[in-house]
Ligand binder design. Structure first.
Ligand code: 7TS
Length: 416
């Protein structure tokens, strides 16, 4: 039985107050809070083991290198990568995707090739492909969002039919919560000879993800959204795709031999980790993965489905509210984006903050989706994680009711 109160006790920040009331943290799609073992791993590293990795023979260097490589193995096991060498440490999802754009796409794409992405991407999985298309002469095409906030797959085969080389799609939308059928899309892409990049920023922290089951070539995710520290994330690369990648950054650590005239590359993953890496944060990400593994990702997912169901039910009491996302909770993550009549999302989030409730308002770095497909300038968004409770959903809904009272009927009943 999942004991959310026991989980909460591991997160020191959850016991603090904001504006004189208990913090209700519902901005987990932006970043997650950190449990004590992750914070302890950071402190332990700097108090006892700090040294640069892969280059010293002294005791601290060996300890730091061992712990860093153990963390890589933990992260690899967490997503069922075939081997730790298939996991490259990066700063975040954004850097992971840019690494693929710089090290794979820049080498492989030719004029007339096609990149397929979707209308529901975060800017991090759209802007790099706009640039890759522009610089290579490839064409960027997007799978559309259907009216039920899922991807419209009716165009998939047509989009894949002409020189598709890469499909880059999110596993779970940070705006809609939509969980996409990555496995089916990967199967179709493989048949068409295209590689597949999955943006796992909102899936790896929230549900079981198995790269070998999906069959994708790349999986990008951020440590800070999965209980780990900021500044570390990971890119999984399949063995086949790894062979097609040149280096991304060049310099120390990623070389085998260097002469004044030339250089050769170290084998992966070192080839892609030039310079001193983010050692402490990678080790603490390993501690986060241990924590998630002990809870069980299927349990985390179940908890979030129950909480999202409860939140959507309570939202029905707010007749002014409109929520955006699939009705089918089996394909929806713990994200509830909403509008509240005519109240601007930024006003909603400020009013909620005065009640201790932290949510995000804006375009959520998915400007085309919010503006052109949802047809609103911004949304308010509550996003849940493994430590949130039904009582916190109640606090959110009460605060929204108070917000509606404050802004008054005239404002909120404006026709949209
Ligand atoms: N992809 C998705 C689906 C995301 O939700 C985010 C961050 C990123 C990529 C980028 O992650 P980063 O760690 O490189 O910044 N999403 C959000 C959000 O929804 N609110 O703040 C950040």
């Amino acid at each position: 039985m999942y004991d959310v109160e026991r989980v909460r006790a591991d997160f020191p920040i959850l016991s603090r107050e904001v504006n004189g009331v208990p913090l209700v943290y519902l901005d987990n799609a932006a970043t997650s809070q950190k449990p004590a073992p992750v914070i302890a791993a950071l402190v332990d590293y700097y108090e006892r083991h700090n040294a640069n990795v892969h280059r010293g023979a002294h005791a601290l260097a060996v300890e730091a290198t061992t712990a860093y490589e153990e963390a890589r193995a933990k992260v690899a096991a967490f997503i069922n990568a075939p081997s730790p060498e298939n996991v490259i440490f990066v700063r975040n999802t954004t850097e992971a995707i840019n690494l693929v754009a710089g090290a794979w796409a820049a080498e492989r794409l030719r004029p007339g090739d096609r990149i397929v992405s979707t209308e529901i991407e975060h800017h991090s999985n759209l802007v790099p492909w706009q640039h890759a298309a522009r610089t290579s002469g490839a064409e960027l095409r997007l799978l559309a969002m259907a009216d039920d906030y899922t991807l419209d797959l009716s165009d998939l085969d047509a989009l894949l039919s002409a020189n598709a080389r890469l499909v880059a799609l999110t596993h779970s939308s940070n705006v809609l919560g939509t969980i996409t059928p990555v496995k089916a899309i990967t199967d179709a892409a493989r048949r068409a000879g295209a590689r597949v990049l999955v943006d796992g920023a909102q899936s790896v922290p929230h549900l079981p993800v198995d790269v070998q089951d999906i069959g994708c070539d790349f999986l990008a995710f951020s440590g800070h959204k999965m209980l780990g520290p900021m500044g570390v994330g990971a890119l999984y690369v399949s063995p086949d795709a790894m062979e097609e990648m040149g280096p991304f950054l060049r310099g120390g650590e990623m070389v085998l031999e260097v002469t004044y005239a030339d250089a050769s590359w170290a084998p992966p993953p070192m080839k892609f980790e030039a310079g001193t890496p983010n050692v402490a944060d990678a080790i603490a990400l390993g501690a986060a993965v241990d924590y998630l593994g002990a809870l069980g990702m299927a349990n985390v997912r179940e908890h979030e489905i129950a909480l999202t169901a409860y939140a959507l039910e309570r939202f029905r009491e707010l007749e002014e509210a409109e929520t955006y996302g699939p009705a089918d909770l089996s394909i929806r993550g713990g994200v509830v984006s909403f509008s509240l009549g005519g109240v601007h999302p930024h006003d909603i989030s400020q009013a909620l903050d005065s009640c201790g409730v932290a949510i995000r308002a804006g375009h959520h770095c998915a400007m085309p989706l919010v503006r052109s497909r949802l047809n609103v300038p911004a949304t308010a968004r509550a996003s849940f994680y493994l430590y949130n409770t039904e009582a916190e959903v109640d606090a959110l809904v009460s605060a929204l009711k108070r917000t509606l009272e404050y802004f008054g009927d005239a404002d909120v009943r404006k026709p949209r």
